[in-house]
Design a protein around this ligand. Structure first.
Ligand SMILES: [Fe+2]
Length: 230
């Protein structure tokens, strides 16, 4: 498998390029608008055909590149069935496999950070969006976020994956790139709670300022990043 982790320094976003082999079909997860040329060039260098660009959820901190990638390459764009984005080729539901030649990748619904958040499970790894971060979890205080739902997504779904499963989040603010489910179970401070109520109290007690780009990014991302400001 080809698996490339890319990084946007402005928003600390990780973007992933996935394909089964050189010359095969490729998927981009959480592309950032400013870097679409870089993704297209990398795909060309690896002789990949970009067929699909997806977002784990409607981002509030950067503008998505999925719309521009569709315009540049003709790839499909997709997000989960709960999303408010109005510009998609397709939506996937819980448990649905994404269509990518030679790669087994399953979408699972993991709400909490937002009500449209999905994670993507591959045989040995999981892309967790902003549901599970390395030594953290995504905030739950806007975009229909819900700390109780996030607890259920974490403890009921993601942490039930095998402990050796590699964890690739959509963001990292501390220079981390990959973890495992077992490592996060043991060392993620947000996961050291006794029960659901304690997790909700922990999350609801956080005092966070809005992301700098939120007022621009959310309306733009409803249009797949093709209209930058509403
Ligand atoms: Fe997010």
């Amino acid at each position: 498998m080809i698996f490339r982790q890319l990084f946007d320094t402005t928003s600390s976003t990780h973007t992933y390029l996935i394909a089964s082999r050189l010359g095969g079909e490729a998927l981009l997860v959480d592309p950032v608008l400013e870097h679409t040329d870089r993704y297209v060039q990398l795909a060309q260098e690896l002789e990949l055909q970009l067929v699909l660009a997806v977002d784990t959820h409607l981002h509030a901190d950067h503008i998505t590149g999925i719309g521009e990638l569709r315009e540049k390459t003709g790839c499909l764009t997709a997000m989960g069935d709960m999303t408010q984005a109005e510009c998609l080729s397709a939506r996937f539901g819980d448990g649905e496999n994404l269509k990518l030649d030679g790669v087994d990748i399953r979408a699972i619904y993991t709400p909490g950070h937002t009500d449209d958040s999905y994670s993507f499970v591959l045989p040995d790894r999981v892309l967790t969006g902003d549901t599970l971060l390395i030594r953290g979890t995504g905030r739950t205080d806007f975009q229909n976020g819900n700390a109780g739902d996030q607890y259920d997504s974490l403890f009921g779904r993601l942490l039930k994956l095998p402990e050796e499963t590699l964890v690739y989040p959509a963001h990292d603010y501390n220079g981390m790139t990959v973890s495992t489910i077992g490592e996060e179970k043991r060392h993620n401070p947000r996961l050291q709670v006794a029960d659901r109520a304690e997790y909700i109290a922990l999350m609801n007690g956080l005092v966070l300022s809005d992301p700098k780009m939120m007022d621009v990014a959310v309306p733009a991302n409803r249009k797949c990043g093709l209209a930058r400001a509403a």
